[in-house]
Write a new protein. Structure first.
Length: 277
């Protein structure tokens, strides 16, 4: 397998650098076929890229920012099922020819993405079927992570789920400041606002984060990783995910980087929560 290119080594049709790892993983020939059809768009905070049970018209390749995959229940309540950054693709159902998705895909951190109509990408698959292999790899990894998130939301405490969310977010987002209300984060974690406040307070008491009005700063990333360690899946499943990621060439590690020795403990990672109590 060829080595994954670094951000900036390829450009889109607009001349802007490509940072999406799926696009960077394509061979030169494959990217030349896809490139003319890419359209760079800005994703604003709280933009909904796909609404649940609506037609999936476009595929998005994030260059930056963070997109939450949210399950919407019949009573209107929601819970986050996963997140996607520049390591992946948004709109997987349209990618594989499914007309609708059960997920609401909403921008959590603003950024840019390359957009491609689902129908055009399906035609590319027909003429260059080997491209589908790259997308299928990400689809498998993503759905494994969605399954893990569902299990965590059901079986584990809110402080552990918050720790995991902070690590997953920090792994995917380069910017430190995250505009985020308590209510929105409660939606992502499938809980209520008071539970989010209590969980953040506990992590601060343990001196893992510094929690003030409007922001959270990660003081000890290693300890944050220890807090969420019990949320790791069965080792056999984790080995499979790691293997697929290695084959795919992606570097994002879904919180696993929390144990890397070259990660500084004081990250200076700030999470802004507008209007928090």
């Amino acid at each position: 397998m060829s080595q994954l290119l670094q951000p900036g080594e390829r450009t889109g049709p607009d001349g802007k650098p490509v940072s999406n790892q799926v696009l960077l993983s394509l061979s030169t020939r494959q990217f030349r076929i896809v490139r003319p059809r890419l359209h760079l768009v800005r994703m604003a905070h709280h933009d909904i890229l796909h609404e649940s049970h609506r037609k999936v018209d476009n595929i998005y390749f994030p260059n930056g920012g963070l997109i939450s995959l949210v399950i919407v229940m019949a009573n209107g309540k929601t819970a986050e099922a996963g997140v996607v950054g520049n390591e992946g693709v948004v709109g997987l159902e349209g990618l594989f020819g499914l007309k609708r998705s059960p997920l609401r895909e909403i921008v959590q951190v603003a950024g840019t993405a390359y957009r491609l109509p689902a129908t055009r990408l399906q035609k590319i698959f027909q003429s260059v079927p080997e491209i589908l292999f790259r997308f299928s790899r990400f689809a498998v990894v993503n759905r494994m992570q969605v399954s893990q998130t569902a299990a965590c939301n059901r079986l584990h405490e809110i402080d552990q789920r918050l720790a995991r969310w902070l690590l997953m977010t920090q792994d995917r987002v380069q910017a430190g400041l995250l505009p985020m209300t308590h209510d929105f984060l409660a939606t992502m974690l499938g809980t209520d606002r008071s539970s989010v406040t209590a969980a953040a307070g506990l992590l601060q008491k343990l001196k893992i984060i510094r929690y003030t009005r409007g922001s959270v700063t990660v003081l000890n990333r290693k300890a944050l990783g220890e807090t969420m360690r019990v949320l790791q899946p069965h080792p056999r499943i984790q080995r499979r995910v790691n293997s697929l990621k290695a084959d795919f060439g992606a570097s994002c590690t879904d919180g696993e980087s929390s144990s890397r020795v070259n990660q500084p403990e004081a990250e200076g990672f700030t999470w802004g929560m507008q209007g928090s109590a």
